[in-house]
Structure formats: structure tokens, C-alpha cells
Design a protein around this ligand. Structure first.
Ligand code: XBP
Ligand code: MG
Length: 240
């Protein structure tokens, strides 16, 4: 039986449903502030979510819907400025307490801390966004509860590349099969499996129906999931 040494949490869509009412709203506020008539409605945003990384998502949208924007010589700087404004709006939204944790997350984190299972984060979003969510949705000192926080541009390639998970594993000093990753999306699963980490999926409205082959299990949420359930998923994985 492989003992669980660490839980590695994805953030957006896993710790909390941050995309529809958080990131998407922040992007639209940033577009307005920069005088752009772009508006990402819920359906369009669902399509754009296949591209991980906010700056990458803006570029992807502009390539398809705003060729004049792409043609501007200062395009890269504009993307960076747009994304910085978006992050300010997102942090403000999260600080106002509007984005709660998903069911079962707080209990699982408390159980891990009580049984010395180490905690880490591997996410595509920015460190500022992670800090804001942990502070507002968990506790003012929650950043200290996670031994390693891998976020955003710290690695050259974002999910579905495994870079962020390998970065976290290296700093945890653990082997992939001593950990378990908690993810919500196909891109996230590709990243964690790419790093060899057994992974549980908690799907959400934006990721339901994606290709989760290779996951230990696909769950609606973690509301009823205990650490021993997770250990059993790991043991089953070893015998299969
Ligand atoms: C999800 C992402 C992020 C967020 C937006 O991250 O792909 O890009 O959608 O955040 P994960 P940024 O599921 O890996 O937590 O604008 O800061 O990228
Ligand atoms: Mg996610």
C-alpha cells in the first residue's frame, strides 16, 4: 500500500468555482476599463477555458475576434496590461468573499493538517489570485498551510504541460506516487498525469463531460470524501 504523503490541489474549478463569477467577470471589467467592447459571456468563456492562462486566453480570443488588436505594435504590452487590470479586479472580487470553497474542501484540508498529510498547490493562475482566495475563503494565514505553491508563470509551459506539477514535486521532495492531485479539468488531468501523479477529478459545470480517462475517479465534488477514501483510491490504483 503506498502511503499518501501529500495532497496537491489545483485551484480554479477545484478549490472553488472561480471561473464563471470570478475570472470571467474580472476579464470583462478589465476590457471595459481599457475601452474595449469585448464581453465574454458564460458560453463563450466556456470555450475560451480550453486555453489555460489568462494572458494566453486573451491572445487566443484576439487572434479570432480582434485582428486589429493583434496588429498593434504594442500588442504584448497591451495583453500584459489587460491581464494586470483583470487580476486587480479578480483579487477585489475574491477579497469581498464572493467566491466560496467547493463542498468538502475545507474539511479535507483540515483532515490533512490533522494527520500530517502535506499540502501543496499546482495552478495556472497567478500567485496573487491564489493568496487572495486562500485568505478570503479559508483563513488569513492559509497560505502558510500549503508547503509548496506552484502558480502561474513560474514555469515555462502551463497546463496541460506537466511543468507545474513537476516543479511542486521537486520542492516537496516526494515521488509522484506518494502524492495525489485534485483537479477539475482535462487540461489539469493531462498535467498531473504527465507528472505521474495519481489524480482525482471533481468536475464542474464547465468541465463536465471532458475526457477524464486515467483519473482514479471522477466525482461531482468532495463533499463526502475522506482522507481514507482517498487512500483507498490510491490502493486500488496500485492493484489495478
Ligand atoms: C485555471 C486557469 C487560469 C484561470 C485564470 O487555472 O487556466 O488561467 O482561468 O487565471 P487552474 P489567470 O485550473 O490551473 O487553477 O488569469 O491568472 O491565468
Ligand atoms: Mg482547474
Amino acid at each position: 500500500m503506498k502511503k499518501l504523503h501529500a495532497l496537491i490541489f489545483d485551484v480554479d474549478g477545484t478549490l472553488a468555482d472561480t471561473e464563471r463569477d470570478g475570472h470571467r467577470v474580472a476579464f470583462n471589467l478589465a476590457f471595459t476599463e481599457h475601452g474595449l467592447d469585448w464581453n465574454w459571456d458564460e458560453d463563450l468563456y466556456g470555450e475560451l477555458l480550453t486555453v489555460t492562462g489568462g494572458k494566453e486566453r486573451i491572445r487566443y480570443f484576439a487572434e479570432r475576434h480582434a485582428p486589429d488588436f493583434i496588429a498593434r505594435p504594442d500588442f504584448p504590452a497591451l495583453v500584459a496590461a489587460l491581464h494586470a487590470t483583470k487580476t486587480e479586479h479578480y483579487v477585489r472580487l475574491v477579497d469581498s468573499g464572493q467566491i466560496p470553497l467547493r463542498p468538502g474542501i475545507a474539511r479535507l484540508i483540515d483532515a490533512a493538517r490533522a494527520s500530517s498529510v502535506r499540502l501543496a498547490i499546482a495552478t495556472t493562475t497567478t500567485p496573487e489570485n491564489v493568496a487572495a482566495l486562500l485568505r478570503a475563503a479559508i483563513a488569513p494565514d492559509a497560505m502558510d498551510w500549503f508547503e509548496v505553491i506552484g502558480a502561474g508563470d513560474i514555469v515555462p509551459a502551463k497546463k496541460p504541460a506537466p511543468d507545474i506539477y513537476n516543479w511542486v514535486l521537486e520542492r516537496l521532495g516526494l515521488a509522484p506516487d506518494q502524492c495525489l492531485a485534485l483537479e477539475d479539468s482535462e487540461n489539469g488531468l493531462a498535467a498531473s498525469l504527465g507528472a505521474g501523479i495519481p489524480t482525482l477529478i471533481t468536475e464542474n459545470t464547465y468541465t463536465r463531460g471532458q475526457n477524464f480517462s486515467g483519473a482514479l475517479a471522477v466525482l461531482p465534488d468532495l463533499d463526502k470524501v475522506t482522507l481514507s477514501d482517498i487512500q483507498q483510491h490510491l490502493n486500488k490504483n496500485l492493484t489495478s
